[in-house]
Design a protein. Structure first.
Length: 322
């Protein structure tokens, strides 16, 4: 039997590519390895049975509506699905799958890394050394804040948020969270649930954001909510850049209302809001949340498990989101 044809939009880890090439006829878009715009994606998808795409690929409503009739499934190499018009996929009857669970710890590690870097001013300190400007140890140089005993507020207590909560507890932080629904006592593991934004924000010495992108969460953290954070709070975002109003965050960092921010995700990636470039108290990472060898392999295999289920075994994909 002929192997199904798969449009693979991006280069993937070696072991994932090897398994994909064994079971599918692989189609790759022309040109360099980068986010695929709608027109190029539609051209490349012609005659394909499935699409293995990644975060940022242009699968808006018009593109999904125009996908060739041959396309029977879209598997995204990400847990986030804000780059795919899920309603349009449902309307076309095209299942969409993602990669939950396998990236939770890796992403929580990046959130904790940013929290530590912000609290201890590690980015500023490293830039000082690289600029050859360090004059030697001094009692008042680059003083940060101790995390032990501080309150960590987790916005979005899904798998990533819960992995971060476990790490934070190990460091002696008090965990608070805001979520659509309260977790069970076993899942809460002693964290304090907040049913409304004001009390939650007031309890954040550090706010770590883990909510999905999309219109419903656009600029969730804007001037009004920033003002409800305690003076000197730290903000970290490893979810999606669109959930933060960049201008408002920059202003709060400039005025001193916020101590620092750590960002792994940005609106309009790979572009970055201009104000961040010159803000000394911002730590910037290039969307590294899931970037470990173990995690990226596991994400790729999860995509292939979903594709195999439908295209090879005629079964329901295990991680279907639409
Ligand atoms: C995800 O899986 O959603 C990560 O942000 C990578 O895109």
């Amino acid at each position: 039997m002929a192997r199904p044809t798969l449009l693979q939009t991006r280069s993937l880890p070696e072991a994932v590519e090897a398994r994909a090439a064994r079971d599918y006829a692989i189609r790759r878009p022309e040109g360099p390895d980068r986010v695929l715009e709608s027109a190029a994606l539609l051209r490349a998808a012609e005659g394909c049975d499935g699409i293995l795409c990644a975060a940022g690929d242009g699968l808006d409503a018009a593109t999904v509506a125009a996908l060739p009739a041959s396309v029977r499934i879209v598997a995204t190499f990400s847990v986030g699905t804000d780059h795919i018009a899920l309603d349009a996929a449902r309307a076309r009857g095209i299942p969409v799958t993602n990669t939950p669970d396998v990236l939770s710890v890796a992403t929580a590690e990046i959130a904790m890394l940013l929290i530590l870097m912000c609290a201890r001013r590690a980015g500023e300190a490293e830039r000082l050394l690289r600029a050859r400007e360090w004059k030697g140890w001094a009692p008042t140089q680059l003083m940060g804040v101790t995390l032990e005993g501080k309150r960590l507020g987790i916005l979005g207590m899904g798998r990533i948020g819960r992995a971060l909560a476990r790490m934070a507890r190990g460091m002696g932080m008090e965990v608070h969270y805001r979520n659509r629904a309260r977790l069970s006592p076993e899942e809460e593991e002693g964290a304090t649930f907040h049913g409304e934004d004001g009390a939650f924000l007031a309890a954040c010495d550090v706010l770590s954001m883990h909510i999905p992108g999309g219109e419903a969460t656009r600029h969730w953290l804007g001037a009004a909510r920033i003002a409800q954070l305690p003076r000197g709070a730290i903000v970290v975002n490893t979810g999606r850049g669109t959930t933060v109003d960049d201008a408002a965050l920059c202003e709060a960092l400039r005025s001193g209302h916020l101590r620092a921010a750590g960002l792994d995700v940005f609106t309009g990636e790979p572009a970055i809001f201009e104000g961040y470039h010159s803000a000394p108290n911002v730590t910037l990472l290039p969307h590294l949340g899931s970037a470990t060898v173990e995690t990226r392999d596991a994400m790729g295999f999860r995509c292939l498990d979903n594709l195999d289920a439908l295209l090879i075994h005629g079964a329901e994909p295990p991680h279907r989101v639409a």
